[in-house]
Design a protein around this ligand. Structure first.
Ligand SMILES: [Zn+2]
Length: 318
């Protein structure tokens, strides 16, 4: 994909970061200067800071994100924010570690205050009037975490090399916040060192905007996606104390549920199949087995049937 001219560039020295606007169609490039440096990353909608990148929502594509995956915004927006447009195989990504913080270093290492990503992110976004409370879980690049089947996880050696870079294509106007992770000197997340990163923003091109349009189509959900205009309570609280709204009345969606009993006739061969399912433990009785079998089929096929298209497998990645 053709990128435009460089409109902004800066070297991020160790334990620093920058909040930088990256508009729709523009590309943020983050480059390893010496290699082996973990990058922590936050992102906000430039026009509504309450919409920010959700590592949890993005993680639905996989516990590690790769080239071609998309960073998704928080509930209930679930918009495509940034496409990972270039990412070398040496960039192992992490969606588990959230971000390092001073409290962690105090109780793990007895340190009074250690450089950390929570505080570096908070200082970076202060330029735009945001607070430490507005820092969210970071998407971590060049962070080689791994895990076992019981759910334990740990960090391995950093595999980033000098010159490696990641390109993030903005699918909306964003405030991107890359920072150099501050844990590198005491953990192997950055191989016991703290190193710089280069950042650059490339202007949009017809090529990049066409790619954004493809992503928008891939994530289209016009019937369900909500924004502030859809919220029953649209106001952003300014008081920290929580108090009950005495006028509140519950209004859950499709509540209470409506249930309907359906009678389905099956032929002998199907009944035999259902009996085999029950014998194998898939269902408590024939009706239950029939319901499960049908719904298993629905999980894979109902999207394309209802929309009348063939894009179900592409969409189901998220
Ligand atoms: Zn960190």
């Amino acid at each position: 994909m053709e990128l435009g001219n460089v409109k902004y560039e800066e070297r991020l020295e160790p334990v620093s970061g920058r909040a930088v606007p990256v508009l729709k169609g523009e590309t943020l490039r983050i480059t390893q200067v010496d290699g082996e440096q973990c990058i922590d990353f936050n992102a906000f909608n430039l026009h509504d800071y309450k919409e920010s990148m959700s590592v949890g929502a993005s993680r639905r594509q996989g516990l590690r994100l790769h080239k071609g995956d998309v960073l998704i915004s928080n509930a209930p927006r679930y918009n495509a924010m940034l496409l990972i447009n270039e990412m070398p195989e040496t960039c192992v990504t992490d969606t588990l570690g959230a971000r390092c913080n001073a409290v962690l270093y105090e109780f793990r290492f007895g340190m009074e205050w250690h450089t950390n990503c929570q505080d570096t992110l908070a200082e970076s976004i202060r330029e735009y009037g945001l607070t430490p409370d507005d820092v969210h879980d970071s998407f971590n690049m060049f962070m080689n975490t791994t895990w076992d089947a019981k759910g334990a996880w740990w960090t391995d050696w950093n595999t980033g090399r000098a010159g490696d870079y990641v390109d993030l294509l903005a699918c909306m106007d964003t405030l991107c916040v890359p920072v150099t992770c501050g844990s590198g000197d005491v953990t192997l997340v950055s191989n016991f060192s703290l190193r710089p990163l280069d950042i650059a923003v490339f202007e949009a091109t017809p090529d990049s905007l066409a790619r954004v349009a493809e992503i928008e189509e891939q994530f289209a959900a016009p019937l369900s996606r909500q924004g502030p205009a859809d919220f029953r309570q649209p106001n952003i609280r300014v008081e920290r104390e929580l108090t009950r709204d005495p006028t509140y009345e519950q209004a859950f969606g499709r509540y209470p549920l409506q249930r309907e009993q359906l009678t389905v006739s099956v032929d002998g061969a199907t009944a035999e199949g259902l009996s085999a399912m029950v014998a194998a433990g898939y269902g408590n009785d024939l009706s239950d087995a029939a319901r499960r079998a049908f719904m298993l089929w629905c999980q894979s096929n109902i999207g394309s049937v209802r929309r009348g298209d063939q894009s179900s497998s592409q969409r189901s990645r998220w």
